[in-house]
Design a protein around this ligand. Structure first.
Ligand code: BGC
Length: 341
């Protein structure tokens, strides 16, 4: 484990005996890189990102690798009611609040609270004051990143607030299993452990409906190339310009597989686990052409995200599992991204 400081930001590198390596930045509690040896022994960096913290500040709207909170994804019309009181949030994505607005934790400097050599982990801490993002309650949050010997990156969240509030964290890593600089992910295969999505309205928020994926281009119940159906004429794909949808998970709050992805060219296989009720599968439809780390040319659909979370806008939809965190109670959630050949 090493710690360095780049642009006044602590950056921790976790390495295991296989040579697998994860770099975590204190700016946004962000995964900057995830290096793994492919079938030919070549180290591939399977997540998109930037060389230095300033890159993340220049390209805030993508949330590359970041921890997102207190609330991941959209809240319709940037309004919600929590324990009887109404809150107005920042509308930063048309009329909606996205990823807790521009004052979310994704671009804040977190404190490195603990480096644990034995566990190969780093714990970051952030304090978010009452109404800082429009949400009630002073909240202390922790995120622990652990790299295990079986090449899993475990991300564990904890949060506590002194008033009832929302707690709904995710990690926004953009995966490309051929390597971050290898272009479109259309040929990579994906399986999602879900038979249902929460379809979007034209405003990109769930309508409250639950829709079966069987017989539609949204169906990933068996491995399928991500690009196979992505341009089909289907209401949900037309609205989002590709996949940008929440799949409903059935894990009863226990850590379970949410998705698997595989790239035949590199042989790299991703197993993704969560204890959350949903996963946002996003194909980078809104990535605009720009330069990423190592001079890589990034563009639309050069990566996919598997963002574990409560269903988007769940705070306003009584039928969805609620992201409400009661005052004094502790929110826990875990996501694991494991790489193998
Ligand atoms: C959202 C996308 C958004 C992206 C980057 C994803 O979680 O679902 O609509 O463009 O984050 O902000």
């Amino acid at each position: 484990m090493t710690k360095e400081t780049i642009e006044q930001t602590d950056i921790i590198t976790l390495t295991n005996a296989n040579g697998t390596q994860v770099k975590v930045s204190a700016l946004g509690a962000t995964v900057m890189s995830f290096l793994f040896k492919d079938k030919d022994g070549i180290l591939r960096d399977v997540v998109l990102g930037y060389d230095a913290p300033s890159g993340y500040l220049e390209h805030k709207a993508g949330y590359f690798g970041a921890t997102v909170g207190r609330n991941a994804n959209r809240i319709a019309n940037a309004k919600c009611t929590i324990s009887g009181a109404a809150y107005e949030l920042e509308a930063n994505s048309d009329q909606n609040n996205l990823h807790s607005g521009t004052n979310g934790v994704s671009h804040k400097l977190w404190e490195v609270e603990k480096l644990d050599e034995a566990a190969n982990s780093v714990t970051l801490k952030f304090f978010s004051a009452h109404l800082e993002q429009g949400f009630p309650g002073n909240m202390t949050m922790h995120v622990t990143f652990t790299l295990t010997e079986d090449d899993s990156l475990k991300i564990a969240y904890e949060a506590v607030s002194d008033q009832d509030t929302i707690a709904n964290f995710t990690n926004h890593s953009y995966f490309n299993l051929a390597g971050h600089n290898s272009g479109c992910i259309g040929k990579q295969k994906l399986k999602i452990y879900s038979k249902e999505i929460t379809p979007l309205t034209a405003a990109l928020v769930p309508s409250g409906e639950i829709r079966q994926v069987a017989g539609t281009p949204m169906d990933f119940t068996e491995f399928k190339e991500i690009g196979r159906d992505i341009d089909k004429d289907y209401d949900q794909l037309n609205i989002a310009g590709g996949y940008d949808h929440n799949y409903v998970l059935d894990n009863n709050g226990r850590l379970a597989l949410m998705a698997e992805a595989v790239c035949e060219e590199t042989g790299i296989h991703l197993h993704a686990y969560t204890d959350c009720p949903g996963v946002q599968f996003y194909t980078g439809n809104f990535i605009s052409p720009h330069t990423g780390k190592d001079g890589a040319a990034y563009d639309k659909r050069h990566a996919f995200c598997l963002e574990s979370n409560y269903c988007p806008n769940a705070i306003n939809i009584p039928e969805f599992q609620s992201p409400l965190l009661k005052a004094g109670e502790t929110y826990h959630s875990e996501t694991v991204y494991r790489l193998s050949l």
